[in-house]
Design a protein around this ligand. Structure first.
Ligand code: 13P
Length: 253
């Protein structure tokens, strides 16, 4: 059975002290995850060691980075490499969040390099995709997302893609309070799985976790996660409030 994942993306929020407190509160709650459930915390780089140390107490809770470089190492001031993350025992890394694409010029081609280097160093990339409102208004979301997948993931082998998590995050739903309907989410997730199936086969596609992101809240997570092709969520705003994110973890299938 594929993994069901509740992933927090703190983005550029919280001080170290606030982050430590939030993690402590969430991890002290009595929420035990079963074999196929995972809780992830994508925290700012300087908090990764703290997050890793804190989550180690509990089964299936993991830290994640929010980004890494597509370069192996060298004169790239301010960048963080996949190898550095691995040396801190960080197991997951977000790749290609729409905010990285929009504000930092990350293209599908650059992201294909980021996915590859994560896999080289044994990190699981959480590859983000999703369309802007303009694309959805033209009803072109399927071909847009397919191109993102094709250009960033289709160089992988079937064995490699099994170590990738996908997050579908429609940009119009991020931070807007405007969540995709369960029908819209399920339709896109089923489409993404069909694209993966064509490239990697049915058995492989059936094992890949596809998370939904975009205004996931404590009061809509259960309904969204109940969709057959939605395997959890990537959560921004609501992951900064302990009680809300705890509720979202509890909503996992
Ligand atoms: P919100 O949950 O704040 O809409 O953010 C979603 C997101 O971008 C998670 O990566």
């Amino acid at each position: 059975m594929r993994k069901q994942i509740a992933a927090a993306n703190w983005k550029m929020n919280l001080t170290y002290q606030q982050g430590a407190e939030l993690l402590k509160t969430i991890l002290s709650a009595d929420i035990s995850l079963n074999e196929n459930q995972i809780a992830l915390f994508a925290v700012p780089f300087p908090y990764l060691e703290l997050a890793n140390d804190t989550v180690h107490q509990k089964k299936n809770y993991y830290a994640a980075a929010q980004n890494c470089s597509d370069k192996k190492s060298g004169a790239y001031t301010g960048e963080i490499s996949a190898e550095m993350l691995k040396s801190l025992d960080v197991p997951y890394c977000l790749v290609g969040h729409s905010e990285r694409r929009e504000y930092f010029g990350e293209t599908n081609e650059i992201l294909s390099g980021k996915v590859a280097i994560c896999l080289t160093y044994g990190l699981t990339p959480v590859f983000c995709c999703g369309e802007a409102l303009k694309i959805r208004d033209q009803n072109a979301q399927n071909s847009f997302v397919e191109q993102q997948l094709r250009e960033s993931l289709f160089h992988l082998s079937a064995e490699q893609i099994l170590n990738v998590v996908i997050a579908y995050e429609p940009i119009w739903a991020i931070g807007t309070g405007k969540t995709a309907s369960t029908a819209q989410a399920q339709e896109m997730h089923a489409f993404i799985r069909s694209v993966l199936q064509k490239q990697f086969g049915k058995e492989v596609a059936g094992q890949i976790s596809i998370l939904y992101g975009g205004s996931v809240k404590a009061n809509n997570a259960k309904e969204l996660f109940a969709c057959p092709d939605v395997d959890g969520g990537l959560v921004g705003g609501a992951s900064l409030v302990a009680s809300d994110f705890m509720e979202i973890i509890r909503a996992l299938k």
